[in-house]
Design a protein. Structure first.
Length: 142
């Protein structure tokens, strides 16, 4: 598997932020090859006020901060996760696991699913599924 860039929103650099991605303090950018991951960059969130919850402008603002990531792991299935799924080449993943290190362990166990979905996105497809990982199972949300 080629290395993928994975973005994870956080407030403390150890756990995934469980609110809306635009409210996180930091975006941690990792390189992940399906077995190992390494932090390559920390990007500070710049607040952006938008009256409409889940608005396109806020999503575009966040994407301009995080740059070219193939996977975005968040703690909740927000309206902008649905926008990512439907309108971008970024594969959203919902993690019910707060700890970032344990989240990567679960991603390693689901590497085939994530790799297939990101490959389809690179080819211009928009699979209507979002993997949700937890300590004991992975579900595909649509």
């Amino acid at each position: 598997m080629e290395k993928l860039k994975v973005c994870i929103p956080t407030k403390d650099e150890k756990t995934i932020y469980k609110g809306h991605m635009g409210d996180a303090d930091l975006f941690m950018i990792y390189e992940w090859d399906g077995k190992n991951h390494r932090l390559v960059e920390k990007k500070k969130n710049i607040p952006f006020e938008e009256k409409k919850h889940g608005g396109q402008k806020k999503m575009q603002h966040i994407l301009s901060i995080v740059g070219e990531c193939e996977v975005f792991v968040g703690g909740v299935l927000s309206p902008n996760f649905l926008n990512l799924r439907d309108k971008t080449r970024i594969q959203p993943v919902v993690s019910k696991i707060e700890d970032i290190e344990r989240t990567f362990e679960a991603l390693n166990e689901n590497v085939e699913t994530v790799e297939e979905l990101t490959r389809k996105r690179k080819n211009g497809e928009h699979p209507r599924v979002i993997p949700q990982i937890s300590e004991d199972e992975t579900r595909l949300l649509s």
